[in-house]
Design a protein around this ligand. Sequence first.
Ligand code: ZN
Length: 314
Amino acid sequence: MRPIDGIHHITLITGDARANVDFYVRVLGLRLVKKTVNQDDPSVYHLYYADEHGSPGADITFFEYPGAQPGQAGAGMIAAIIHRVSSEAALHFWQQRLGAEGITAERNDGRLLFTDPEGMSHELGVFERPDEPLIAGSSEVPEEFALQGFEGVRALVADPARSEALLRETLGFSELSDHDWEARGEHRGGRIIFERSDRLGIPGAGTVHHIAWAAYRNELERWRERIIASGGHPTHVIDRFYFESVYFREPSGILYELATSDGAGFAVDEPAETMGERLALPPNYEPMRSKVEPILTPLPDIRQWRPTPARTDG
Ligand code: ZN
């Protein structure tokens, strides 16, 4: 079996979809690559932000729970998302840009730390990696300063030792240093860094719901079998339309997903150039479009933040 290809996507909860789009598209310069609904509740959004192509490795998604109260990361939850940027100049750019938005961004140990409007922690850092930078086009953020995809996440757990066997023996991660684990595959690498905490987590707005690791379609069933053999309880393979998924809770309580990086992709149901602009509905909800669209939260027009097309003479 091929190794896990780093992080596929990270899914969070937002209580304010409108402010969420404003922050992740306008401020952070990501592309909204899919505006769809929760497959289990079509009255609320599932929003996917990523690089220009909606690539695994840069995909941060939000379930909308309108009016959800802010949560707080605790034991068994992801507490921070670490993104790659190209240079020290990029860190300086982001500190200025976030500051101008009234967001405190602090330098710490070579990284830039800040939170989104609902309290989710993010870190930007410069890392020497062979991975292709995953960049979105934005009218707001110059390409040289753009976020380049996930480096990893920080997770809070009561006892990091509990998660070791699953990562090392079942999923094939390597321990780079104490409690700092990397999944490195043919295309990308991604890390999960465990920090000890007994704090009780509160799920809610601005918290991570689950983290998905990238796998291949023809190996998803075999991953399931390995997880079962290790004592885990994975779901069946679920068709998420843009990719396929298996979910399971790891021993410290974090919800993991294995998602396919060679699935249909986000351009399967709309043109790649205009992805995210129109509401995409799973086929079974398409007949209800006229009923679904009016009850969804109105969102900003993301076309205003698309890069200006290059001018050509003549
Ligand atoms: Zn997911």
